[in-house]
Design a protein around this ligand. Structure first.
Ligand SMILES: CC(C)(COP(=O)(O)OP(=O)(O)OC[C@H]1O[C@@H](n2cnc3c(N)ncnc32)[C@H](O)[C@@H]1OP(=O)(O)O)[C@@H](O)C(=O)NCCC(=O)NCCS
Length: 119
C-alpha cells in the first residue's frame, strides 16, 4: 500500500478500491457535466459538478436536455439521490434545477481550500 507522507504515524488510511466512479455526460458535444457516483454506506449518491453549456449555446434548451439525460442516466445506475451545489446568486441554474424537481436541502457546505490555484 502507498505510504502517506506528512500525516501522523498512528493514523491509518485504508484506500477503498473502486469505491467511486466518475463519468462525463455530454450532449452532442455542447453541454456537459461530471457525475461522481459513490455509496456512502446508506445510499447510492450521484454528485453533479461542472454542469455547463458553452456561452454561445446557452438559452437554447441544451441545459434542460442534459439534465433530463443525466437524471435518466442516474436511474439506470440505481442512484438514490442526485446532489449538487449551486451558488445562491446563480438564478438561471437554480431555476433549471428546481424545474427538474431538485429541492433545496438544509445541508450547509463549508470548504477548506488547500490549493487556491485549482479552484
Ligand atoms: C446554467 C446553464 C448550464 C444553463 O444552460 P442552458 O443550456 O442555457 O439552459 P437552457 O437553455 O436549457 O435553459 C434553462 C432555463 O434557463 C433559462 N435561461 C437560460 N439562460 C438564461 C438567461 N441568460 N437569462 C434568463 N433565463 C435563462 C431558460 O429560459 C430556461 O428556462 P425555461 O425552462 O423556463 O424556459 C448555463 O447557463 C451555464 O453553463 N452557466 C454557467 C455555468 C453554471 O453556472 N453552471 C451551473 C453550476 S451549479
Amino acid at each position: 500500500m502507498e505510504k502517506q507522507k506528512n500525516i501522523g504515524k498512528d493514523t491509518k488510511v485504508d484506500w477503498i478500491e473502486n469505491s467511486a466512479k466518475q463519468a462525463r455526460v455530454s450532449l452532442g458535444g455542447v453541454s456537459s457535466c461530471l457525475c461522481t457516483i459513490y455509496h456512502n454506506g446508506k445510499a447510492k449518491i450521484m454528485i453533479i459538478d461542472n454542469f455547463e453549456t458553452p456561452e454561445k449555446y446557452r438559452n437554447q434548451g441544451y441545459g434542460q436536455k442534459l439534465m433530463k439525460e443525466v437524471i435518466d442516466f442516474a436511474k439506470t445506475q440505481d442512484i438514490d439521490s442526485v446532489e449538487l451545489q449551486v451558488n445562491k446568486d446563480n438564478g438561471v441554474a437554480i431555476k433549471l434545477y428546481e424545474k427538474n424537481k431538485f429541492e433545496k436541502t438544509d445541508k450547509y457546505y463549508y470548504r477548506l481550500i488547500l490549493n487556491k490555484w485549482t479552484i
